[in-house]
Design a protein around this ligand. Structure first.
Ligand code: PLP
Length: 417
């Protein structure tokens, strides 16, 4: 493959978007739904299989609702994410609320919604008990950090350095303590990988959790009801990357499930692999300049997609309509922030770019819009859905200046406290 595909042919694409101001995010409904279904079908053998979609990947109710209709749950880590899930029709134990530095109020709302609460530390047990006014959930889950037993990967880092989760000995204390406070149902969570493309790494996570489930049964006589493998299934950002074969992943996990004599429910919290490849940041080349290097300046900036600046991530770039032209130019593709790392790509080979060319940045359907911010008073842009019947539907309007200043207290409205 020498080019990544768009959901429409170049001509159809340019025609379809001609009345929409760039930049904007575009999601491909059919591809997201087909992909979500394929994930579920791959794990059809696993009793009660659920993916709690990581809301932070694409926090738009139009997307979350469509996933909810397929039986997906929601993985939340903040109060607004809880409320968005509720607004998208996901409540109760279809929500898993993963804490780390969580305020009491957020625990209370998660509890009232009946969400599964996933605790990140042994001290959070008392914190939660106090936050709930001396009550404790009947169902509780703990996040396990295997530390030196696993290597971790590039984005999430070495587990020993990770702020998340409890150590192995703490984990047993956690279940003991929670049981003493009245918990009767238990889950076990971990997340040791992010954007992982090696399926066997994820199979080993299943083995690690199955082993723990059996150890917990033996040592504490506690039946773990479900395991949550976290998110982290990767996507092929680069042309040469290969996606994980979900059927192969599933059958390897199924074999272990039987070998380890499991009865647990198997769940994931994948966000990236559900929506990531089916989102596009659609931009226009504003300026093509030549200095010590060659630059293509876009109308989008890192507040529309900060992964390249934050992690040095690769996102493939297509100059729409020039897919078949030789990539004989080398550009830095930049945004307009007063930050030199506001670059979508460095030394990228592209066909000759002209002002006004439509430039699509690929694989922005997860951790794209949602990482946006307002530095330089940049306003966040709109999101559109390309529906299965090829209509373009706005699912979030662009921010306006009025949105930006809504929280300000201008002179005369300043509040003394
Ligand atoms: C970010 C996150 C996820 C989703 O990760 P993906 O890479 O999008 O699959 C799931 N669970 C937790 C706890 C997370 O922090």
């Amino acid at each position: 493959m020498s080019e990544k595909k768009l959901p429409l042919s170049s001509n159809e694409f340019i025609n379809a978007i001609k009345d929409i101001p760039t930049p904007f995010h575009l999601y491909d409904e059919k591809a997201i739904i087909d992909n979500a279904k394929a994930f579920k079908e791959a794990f059809a053998w696993a009793p009660g299989f659920t993916n709690f979609f990581a809301v932070k990947a694409c926090p738009n109710p139009s997307i979350i609702k469509r996933l909810a209709a397929l039986g997906f749950g929601a993985d939340c880590s903040s109060l607004p994410e809880l409320l968005l899930s509720k607004a998208s029709g996901i409540t109760g134990e279809r929500i898993v609320f993963t804490s780390n530095d969580t305020p009491a109020e957020e625990f209370r709302v998660a509890y009232e919604l009946g969400a599964i609460i996933n605790l990140d530390d042994v001290t959070h047990i008392d914190y939660l008990y106090n936050a709930l006014g001396g009550r404790f959930p009947e169902l509780i889950c703990f996040r396990y950090n295997p530390g030196p037993d696993r290597t971790g990967n590039a984005i999430i880092g070495n587990p020993v350095e990770a702020k998340y989760g409890v150590t192995k000995s703490q984990l047993f204390d956690c279940y003991r303590k929670a049981k003493a406070l009245g918990a009767k149902r238990f889950g076990l969570h971990t997340m040791v990988a992010s954007n992982e493309l090696n399926g066997d790494y994820i199979v080993e996570t299943a083995r690690m959790l199955f082993t723990l489930v059996n150890e917990i049964k033996k040592e504490l006589d506690i039946d773990i009801e479900f395991i949550d493998m976290g998110g982290g299934i990767g996507i092929p950002y680069r042309l040469e990357d290969e996606r994980i074969d979900l059927n192969e992943l599933s059958s390897k996990i199924e074999k272990l499930y039987k070998d380890y004599n499991q009865k647990v429910r198997l769940t994931f919290e994948c966000g990236r692999m559900i929506t990531g490849p089916y989102g596009y940041l659609v931009t226009k080349a504003l300026h093509v300049t030549s200095k010590y290097k060659e630059y293509v300046g876009l109308d989008a900036c890192m507040s529309d997609l900060m992964r390249p600046a934050l992690y040095g991530s690769y996102h493939h770039i297509t100059v729409v309509g020039k897919e078949d032209m030789p990539k004989d130019h080398v550009y830095d593709v930049t945004g307009s922030l007063c930050e030199n790392n506001d670059k979508f790509a460095i030394d990228r080979k592209l066909p000759k770019v002209d002002e006004g060319d439509i430039i699509v940045i690929h694989d922005t359907g997860a951790h794209g819009f949602s990482m946006g911010f307002n530095y330089n008073a940049k306003l966040r842009h709109a999101e559109y859905l390309l529906t299965a019947d090829k209509k373009l539907v706005m699912i979030r309007r662009a921010e306006t200046y009025d949105d930006y200043v809504k929280t300000l207290r201008f002179e005369g409205a300043e509040v003394e406290v």
